[in-house]
Design a binder for this molecule. Structure first.
Ligand SMILES: [Fe+2]
Length: 285
């Protein structure tokens, strides 16, 4: 049995539907900021110290052709739950491309190995780095890709490449990317997986499940514009984009991809209609 055969036989085979793509029964993952607060380095550090909660799931779920997700546990920050998610893609060379990795468990390690050897690990923005070290330790030959600012912020991590608008040659034939510039607080790289026509968005668009929120927490997060199918960019982060022109140009590139599917790190993914969803979510630009 080849590695590909093994992967096909061990990975889940059903693509997720809209109504189950936001399940939070996954594995531990990267905390996300409570979006009504002003973004700052100090706050980001505190967010990253958030307490992981929720039960472990750990296995990959097939989202599209050669594309999988793994959900992490919600992270508690002052009582606010942030369910999160990672992505694994199998590139044409048989290797695994890993986006925003969550905490590595034996079950997740086996599932990712079934996809292929990890050769590239990507942090899409500078606050989704919490578990990079353990992935780098497990796959020392993997190259680590940092968004602008992260290598200086986390010098103890061994980054090989800084992400920009041009996709790395290792994945350029299959995955495109664009950097949302213009924020003094946080810039993010958005990806497009061509084989599945999937846009992969981290914190720039958040679609938290209102069923996982109650009372004033749900009210505050709705106020911040990050709940449900109308979810968007946290309002305080929008305010940090003092230069809108480069971010608007990035948005146009994303829409020009005409993605069908959408993966977000926090909340509901979409198995169709991604282009109008993103057009609406990024209309504030
Ligand atoms: Fe996040």
């Amino acid at each position: 049995m080849t590695r590909s055969d093994h992967a096909r036989n061990t990975a889940p085979s059903a693509y997720p539907q809209d109504d189950d793509a936001s399940e939070s029964d996954g594995v531990r993952t990267v905390p996300c900021p409570p979006s009504w607060r002003v973004v700052s380095e100090a706050m980001l550090t505190r967010w990253l110290a958030g307490r992981p909660v929720g039960r472990l799931g750990d296995m990959l779920r097939e989202f599209g052709p050669r594309l999988w997700t793994a959900d992490g546990p919600s992270v508690d920050f002052y009582g606010f739950p942030y369910p999160t998610r990672m992505v694994v893609a199998r590139l044409a060379d048989g290797s695994a491309w890993v986006w925003s990795p969550v905490a590595l468990t034996p079950e997740l390690e086996r599932a990712v190995e079934a996809v292929g050897p990890v050769r590239n690990v990507v942090s899409p923005n500078k606050i989704h780095h919490l578990f990079l070290a353990e992935w780098a330790t497990r796959w020392p030959a993997a190259r680590l890709h940092a968004p602008p600012g992260l290598a200086a912020r986390k010098p103890e991590l061994r980054f090989d490449v800084e992400l920009g608008d041009a996709p790395d040659p290792a994945w350029a034939d299959e995955i495109d990317q664009v950097l949302f510039r213009g924020s003094f607080a946080l810039e993010e790289v958005v990806f497009f997986h061509r084989p599945s026509r999937t846009a992969i968005v981290c914190d720039l668009v958040q679609r938290h499940d209102p069923a996982h929120l109650t009372g004033w927490k749900r009210w505050l997060m709705r106020l911040d514009g990050v709940v449900g199918e109308q979810g968007s960019t946290p309002r305080e982060w929008r305010a940090s984009f003092w230069r809108r022109h480069p971010a608007r140009a990035a948005r146009e590139r994303v829409l020009a991809w005409k993605p069908d599917r959408l993966i977000v790190a926090h909340g509901a993914c979409a198995s169709g209609g991604a282009t109008p969803i993103l057009s609406r979510a990024l209309a504030w630009l």
